[in-house]
Design a protein around this ligand. Structure first.
Ligand code: EPU
Length: 447
């Protein structure tokens, strides 16, 4: 990763950074989970719909959020930060409906700008979104929803252009062909200020969908049924400002649970909603890990060799695809043969090649990976590949004998707040280094 270290955007203004991980130390202590990335990246664009200031708490300090804030600021939003995780965003005076292409292309969740701009301005022109690449990532179901509300949507020259009819968006009835998180949230966002009622059937049920609905409702929207497979949005005239706190990140919590399971040790994971972690907790218990639930925390204890298990990823409440690489690493060092079936994405096994460099014995055939557990991994130089795969590579490094270098860590920084600092507080030997001189940087303690 090239990180900018000065405002002088010359070559000297950039340094190459990686993670260096020394394996072999068990994890212990406690870690506090940040706000949910996949809720934040929908809620921030949805502030475009609100007339008045939105105070949003527990916003994760991650690069995807920073990019979205840059996009909103460029469009004319007034944004103030209070401490690390509280933002006040006022989009009342936003006039510019076009988000800057060079920023939009860098983040997948910029597709929520289509729904938000369409709802706010009656038209949207947004560059096709970027983000982690695990095969083709179509947005046909989002478009199906906008069209059901009367919009005309065209894709031209790398842009998605959507226009409401002259009388404005109306309520629509859409049956999603695929359970899609993004389409469910984007249609909700577009429908909030539409005239009449929109019904989304076969909707996704992830915790962040409920969180987006709660955010919108707290600003005056009328969204019902979020968390079930049928969501009804009754359009309202206007949304007003207010205060909202984002839920804790299910996947960040799951990542520390998987890390403790794989590396060994005892970790208290604080600021979580244990119910959101049920599927992960159940799988780890099957693998021989102790998980105790308290009000807003879970204690994970892992001693001895993990047991094999089969994992199939599915939409919520199934086992999350965003935990597949992390659990994959735990299974790679478990006793026996495990089978992973990826039920959401066509290509989410790129990290397996990296894991093999570390001595893992895994074969992949289409969406199925067969994992022969090995006693131990060995340190190697590996690529992060994508956000969750990158976190998985760090876990692998912590399990391994020797030193692991994880490159392309910009993927990890997209979605994990202070990953290195939090792991170091748990006793992990992980540092950020600059190349080529090997200087240590940025190992701030977790908040
Ligand atoms: N799909 C379509 N057409 C669509 C939309 C989706 O065919 O219009 C397909 C996708 O190709 C995929 C499946 O439906 O096979 C599910 O995709 P979904 O729309 O649910 O994914 P997404 O909204 O693009 C979000 C998260 C992902 C997470 C998935 C599934 C955000 C910004 N991203 O993506 O998170 O994997 O839901 O839970 O919310 C991550 O955080 O690491 C991450 C990749």
């Amino acid at each position: 990763m090239l990180r900018k270290v000065s405002d002088d955007a010359t070559k000297e203004g950039y340094i190459l950074i990686k993670y260096i991980v020394q394996g072999g130390t068990k994890l212990s202590g406690s870690v506090t989970i940040s706000g949910a990335k996949n809720a934040a990246v929908a809620i921030l664009p949805a502030t475009l719909l609100v007339s008045g200031p939105c105070r949003i708490e527990n916003v994760p300090d991650i690069s995807d959020v920073r990019l979205l804030l840059e996009i909103l600021r460029d469009m004319g939003a007034e944004i103030h930060r209070y401490g690390r995780n509280t933002l006040e965003i006022d989009c009342s005076h936003v006039r510019n409906a076009t988000a800057p292409i060079e920023l939009v292309r860098r983040i997948r969740a910029s597709y929520y700008l289509i729904g938000a701009e369409l709802g706010r301005f009656g038209h949207a022109r947004v560059a096709m979104p970027g983000g982690c690449n695990f095969g083709v990532r179509p947005i046909d179901q989002h478009i199906k929803g906008f069209e059901a509300m009367g919009a005309n949507v065209e894709q031209e020259g790398g842009y998605v252009c959507a226009d409401a009819p002259t009388e404005g968006l109306g309520g629509g009835h859409v049956y999603l062909d695929i359970v899609s998180v993004g389409a469910t949230m984007n249609i909700m966002i577009a429908a909030v200020l539409a005239e009449g009622r929109t019904i989304i059937e076969n909707a996704a049920r992830e915790p962040h969908i409920v969180d987006l609905a709660n955010f919108l409702n707290s600003m005056g929207a009328d969204v019902r049924g979020a968390g079930t497979d049928t969501i009804k949005v009754n359009g309202v005239e206007q949304l007003h400002g207010g205060t909202y706190t984002i839920i804790p990140d299910q996947i960040e919590a799951g990542t520390y649970m998987a890390a403790t399971a794989a590396v060994g040790g005892e970790v208290l994971i604080k600021n979580v909603i244990p119910k959101h972690l049920d599927c992960i907790t159940a799988k780890l218990r099957e693998m021989g890990v102790t998980v105790e639930e308290y009000g807003e925390s879970v204690l994970v204890r892992s001693t001895g060799r993990l047991r094999r298990a089969n994992v199939k990823t599915q939409p919520y409440p199934g086992f999350p695809t965003d935990m597949q690489p992390q659990i994959g690493v735990a299974l790679a060092v478990a006793e026996g043969t495990s089978v992973i079936t990826e039920g959401v994405w066509d290509h989410r096994y790129k990290y397996i090649n990296e894991l093999r460099k570390m001595g893992a014995a895994v074969t992949v055939d289409g969406r199925v990976a067969v994992v022969e557990g090995v006693e131990t991994l060995r340190g190697a130089s590996v690529d992060a590949c994508d956000l969750r795969a990158g976190a998985a590579m760090v876990i692998a490094g912590l399990c391994a004998r020797g030193v692991t270098l994880v490159e392309d860590i910009q993927f990890i920084e997209r979605g994990y707040e202070n990953f290195v600092g939090k792991l170091r507080l748990l006793g992990a030997d992980i540092r950020i280094i600059d190349e080529p001189d090997g200087t240590e940087r940025g190992t701030a303690a977790a908040g």
